[in-house]
Design a protein around this ligand. Structure first.
Ligand SMILES: C[C@H](O)[C@H](O)[C@@H](O)[C@@H](O)C(=O)O
Ligand SMILES: [Mg+2]
Length: 400
């Protein structure tokens, strides 16, 4: 089978700080008003009163969505979206394009290695540049699937299970349970600056949902880098009587020693997890060595599908789980092929968690959502990642 070459790459953005209104999509924090995802979620900025109520107030949604489209010389195209916006467009069109154009559509790993090494001098181990590289990598996998007429999960070696089960992230674990999810993860709302009263408030909320959801429904807390080891340890022990399954991302990404300490100090049986804001295989190796239980890379932020596959193998070698941060079809295809990913995340993007809105709505056409908390592999049986791009309102700020 002679494969086409890559003719060009184009980068667009939607939403973000230069847009006149919230646009959601890949930057799913870029929501309108009165949305659970921006309602007093604890963050490292919460100690500053003016930034305590809303993450948008400190700029969580300034980047907006980056859309990368790769066109082959036979006219077929692949695309992907992530958090990255206009600045990501510059990196794609003015730097990364040189590693793609002229290459065979199957040269995904070579292109990935060159993008990672060529940006080392300004990328560090995560953030905008890693998001951008991830988006290019995902677009290349989508194109490869379109050209070979295969879904990405089959390109990766095929499914190890017929059905995937999901927990839901949102403000209403009770509604998630009614929708058939296996668990509900809530965003922590209080942090170290709130002291023991903050812990009491978190525990009261957990106690309420334990009461309404019964003894076995999974309840988790997502701490979004907002804590220190002492607060996280105290919160973990205070929540233990309510069978909280895991505490997630208690500390900033670089505090590897803190994660190791927290894992040691956490109650027996409670899982400690992190990873969504880590990038590069090397960072995940260091994170895995802290001994935490679940690695949670975001495939649109960690280095792409090429990196996610490597992280999953690393975790598997250590008996650790890899449960990617919610990233819709971009992680579903991978998770179906990982033996150490027994479940995955569905992130509620409806404002009150009462409906199953696709995570990257409105940018992905035919974006699937779990039915009764599950998804059969056949849902993904379309070429590439199986979604099409809604081009309304996209802007291409740079050409090359
Ligand atoms: C709910 C959390 O605060 C984040 O908004 C969420 O995107 C992420 O941490 C998650 O695990 O879903
Ligand atoms: Mg999280």
């Amino acid at each position: 089978m002679s494969l086409p070459k890559i003719k060009t790459v184009r980068a667009y953005f939607a939403g973000g700080a230069t847009a006149d209104k919230a646009a959601a999509g890949g930057d799913y924090h870029d929501q309108g008003a009165n949305h659970w995802i921006d309602d007093h979620v604890a963050t490292p900025m919460s100690k500053y009163k003016q930034y305590e109520q809303s993450r948008q107030s400190f700029g969580i949604n300034v980047l907006g969505t980056l859309i990368v489209e790769v066109e082959a010389d036979n006219g077929q195209t692949g695309f992907a979206i992530t958090t990255g916006g206009e600045m990501g467009c510059f990196i794609v069109e003015k730097h990364l394009n040189r590693f793609l154009e002229g290459r065979c559509v199957s040269d995904i790993k070579l292109i990935h290695d060159q993008m990672m090494n060529a940006t080392l001098y300004y990328a560090g181990s995560g953030g905008l540049v890693m998001n951008t590289i991830s988006c290019v990598d995902l677009a290349l996998w989508d194109l490869f699937g379109k050209v070979t007429d295969l879904p990405v999960y089959k390109l990766l070696g095929g499914a190890v299970r017929d059905e995937l089960q999901f927990y839901a992230t949102g403000a209403r674990p009770d509604l998630a349970q009614q929708m058939g999810f296996i668990g509900g993860k809530m965003a922590v709302q209080w942090g170290p600056h709130d002291g023991d009263e903050g812990i009491r408030k978190e525990v009261a909320r957990i106690a309420h949902y334990r009461e309404s959801c019964g003894p076995d429904f999974w309840l988790m807390l997502d701490c979004w880098m907002s804590q220190d080891v002492n607060f996280a340890t105290k919160l973990a022990h205070a929540c233990a009587p309510y069978n909280v399954k895991w505490l997630e991302e208690c500390l900033p990404p670089q505090q590897f020693e803190g994660y190791a300490q927290l894992k040691q100090q956490a109650p027996q049986g409670m899982l400690i997890t992190s990873g969504e804001h880590h990038g590069t295989l090397q960072s995940f190796r260091t994170l895995a060595e802290t001994g935490i239980d679940i690695l949670q890379p975001d495939v649109g932020w960690c280095g792409g599908l090429t990196t996610l596959v490597e992280v999953a193998a690393l975790a598997k070698s250590r008996g650790q789980l890899v449960v990617p941060h919610g990233s819709s079809v971009y992680s579903h295809h991978a998770v179906f092929t990982f033996t150490n990913s027994p479940f995955s995340e569905f992130l509620m993007t409806s404002p009150d968690c009462s409906t199953l809105r696709p995570q990257f709505d409105p940018l992905l056409i035919n974006e699937p959502v779990p039915v009764n908390g599950r998804m059969h592999k056949s849902v993904l049986d379309k070429p590439g990642f199986g979604v099409e791009l809604n081009r309304d309102g996209l802007k291409r700020p740079y050409q090359h």
